[in-house]
Write a protein that binds this ligand. Structure first.
Ligand SMILES: [Zn+2]
Length: 157
């Protein structure tokens, strides 16, 4: 059985974590967690540790880690995709960008009351995060993110 690769991003990689979540990859990120805890947490949860910290990799020797080498989050994303041989997701935006929870479809009532009036009636589903309550719809922000991902990962989107 193919298990989806899951990630734990270090404090330097918040923007990379958001891009991975946009692609649907389960990516935890908590900038308050310190290095030894990060390594233990990644091992306990079976996550690949994503880090900018060479010292951490050399000294704490995480089981599975990618030492991210670029400052640009989209270059970082390409590095992780290559290093972990990731495959394109079935769909984008299935996960909350902020808290990593799996989104669910909003009820018609939620869609009617929680989406700003100017964005109501746009094509595409309205989704809600069961973790933090955020509402996602297919507006200009999602469109720009999709275009950015299509440029960063040719053939994926
Ligand atoms: Zn959320």
């Amino acid at each position: 059985m193919h298990t989806e690769t899951r990630f734990l991003a270090d404090a330097m990689l918040g923007r990379l974590a958001r891009w991975l979540r946009a692609l649907g990859f389960d990516t935890t990120y908590d900038p308050a967690v310190h290095d030894p805890e990060l390594v233990a947490l990644a091992a306990a949860e079976g996550r690949v540790l994503l880090t900018r910290d060479r010292h951490l990799v050399d000294h704490l020797r995480p089981e599975r880690a990618v030492l991210v080498t670029d400052d640009d989050p989209l270059v970082q994303l390409r590095q992780v995709v290559a290093a972990c041989a990731l495959r394109p997701p079935a769909r984008l935006f299935s996960r909350c960008l902020v808290c990593n929870s799996q989104l669910r479809d909003a009820t018609p009532d939620e869609a009617a009351t929680l989406v700003p009036e100017a964005s109501r009636g746009l094509p595409g589903p309205v989704r809600r995060c069961p973790g933090c309550g955020r509402v996602y719809w297919h507006g200009s922000h999602a469109r720009r993110m999709r275009e950015t991902l299509a440029d960063a990962l040719p053939g994926w989107i």
